[in-house]
Design a protein around this ligand. Structure first.
Ligand code: HOZ
Length: 428
């Protein structure tokens, strides 16, 4: 069934570390051979052996309208005829910035980069440059890309592979990153009091997606916002996953919270390599060449990435019903999964908001990294493979959120629920 993928994986390991260009996709935590994908269309992906899968990763978020969405593909093809990169400004970059500003609350200015990692790394540098302070607070199990400052108690692959300390991150950098449990406002207040006047920024995934999907508890973000106001700390929402997914205005709109800086990733490139950070003019004007906080990139504002993102965001802006449809589908899936899991009789937790959802095999609420990590991940492994065998491609780790795309039909969701019912019988 996976012969070609097995062959490719063996070959890949000779020239690429671990055979993959990003660790989570190596399937190491769930075991087995990673599947090498050949193509994808709408809600389906096809591997090198020609197997079809219902996709619940959506390229980790951006394929909100499904894979190879025709207007995006067409726009990329047309744009490529005018060159794939200039290293000079274009009108399209202004149009893209104006479009984002028109959709997102509370962002006066935005700077394009090439990935979510770059966006978060730059936002932190800007917060430090702006405040003249060094330390940041992040949350256990949150993942803001692989820049040094963020690899302390990180989620996603760092949690998946249980890496406690990342070699190569200097003690100096690690010491400037303070961590607290997600949803524990008192712990954050304590850190802020202990390091009064030293904290440049608090960075948070507004809805956590790198330890499964975990929702903010009522009052948590409001408390962080107040603390940042009281202490002159820059409040950063990492919306790499939630931006343009939970609502056109992202988590800021969905949760009704105003951040000082916001970071975006792959979603704003419609799947192309893009990121961005933006926020209040008062802070953003410290970025070079307006200010001295340096940040740059030849591929920033790349025309192909810009046209792909512009096309996706325009469609999302013009059809707000997409968010309603996506949420209804996700709730339908959640309810169907609940039914079969309940009948199965073993403990489980489903967390869901908008089109983000995940299952933890746990008998207690999953509200932070500790509760996510204490879930039964051996069961998740078995569930993952049982679903894969039945043509459903879930994230290959319990420390990741699932992302729905609007090309999914109710028949696809029914198949997924039925596949879960069957799969559960294989779990012991
Ligand atoms: N870190 C990504 C998920 N949170 C996975 C990236 C990938 O393997 O593509």
């Amino acid at each position: 069934m996976y012969e070609k993928s097995k062959e490719l994986f063996e070959r890949a390991q000779k020239s690429i570390p671990g055979g993959v260009n990003s660790p989570v996709r190596a399937f190491k935590s769930v075991g087995g051979t990673p599947l090498f994908m050949q193509k994808a269309k709408g809600a389906y992906m096809y591997d090198a052996d020609g197997n079809q899968y219902i996709d619940y990763i959506a390229s980790w978020g951006p394929m909100i309208l499904g894979h190879a969405h025709e207007p995006i593909v067409k726009a990329i093809q047309e744009k490529a005829l005018d060159s794939t990169s200039f290293g000079a400004p274009t009108q399209l970059e202004i149009e893209m910035a104006e479009l984002i500003l028109s959709m997102v609350p509370n962002v006066d200015m935005i700077r394009m980069v090439s990935s979510g990692t770059e966006a978060c790394m730059s936002a932190i540098r800007l917060a430090r440059g702006y405040t003249g302070r060094n330390k940041i607070i992040k949350f256990e199990g949150h993942y803001h890309g692989h820049a040094d400052s963020f690899l302390v108690k990180a989620g996603s692959g760092v949690a998946t592979f249980n890496i406690q300390t990342v070699p190569g991150v200097t003690a100096g950098v690690a010491n400037d990153t303070l961590t607290a449990a997600y949803n524990d406002l008192d712990a954050v207040k304590k850190l802020a009091a202990e390091h009064k006047g030293d904290i440049a920024a608090i960075i948070v995934e507004p809805v956590a997606g790198n330890m499964g999907c975990i929702l903010p508890q009522p009052g948590f973000h409001e408390g962080l916002r107040q603390l940042c106001d009281d202490e002159g700390i820059v409040f950063i929402f990492d919306e790499v996953m939630t931006g343009f997914r939970l609502a056109a205005g992202g988590a800021q709109e969905r949760l009704g919270i105003k951040a000082d800086l916001v970071t975006y990733g792959k979603v704003i490139g419609g799947g192309m390599p893009v990121g961005a950070f933006g926020g209040k003019k008062e802070i953003m004007q410290h970025i070079a060449p307006l200010g001295n906080v340096y940040q740059a990139g030849t591929l920033s504002g790349n025309p192909i990435a810009m046209i792909a993102g512009y096309t996706l965001l325009t469609e999302l802006k013009n059809n707000p019903s997409i968010y309603k449809e996506l949420e209804e589908k996700t709730i339908y899936l959640r309810d169907g999964l609940n039914e079969v899991l309940k009948a199965w009789g073993q403990p489980y937790i489903i967390n869901q908001l908008g089109s983000m959802i995940s299952i933890h095999f746990s008998d207690h609420a999953v509200v932070d990294f500790a509760t996510a990590a204490s879930a039964n991940n051996e069961l998740f492994k078995k569930y993952f493979h049982a679903m894969l065998k039945r043509g459903v491609y879930l994230p290959p780790s319990a420390f990741e959120s699932w992302f729905l795309n609007n090309a999914l039909t109710y028949a696809d969701l029914d198949k997924t629920i039925a596949a879960t019912k069957e799969s559960l019988q294989e779990l012991v």
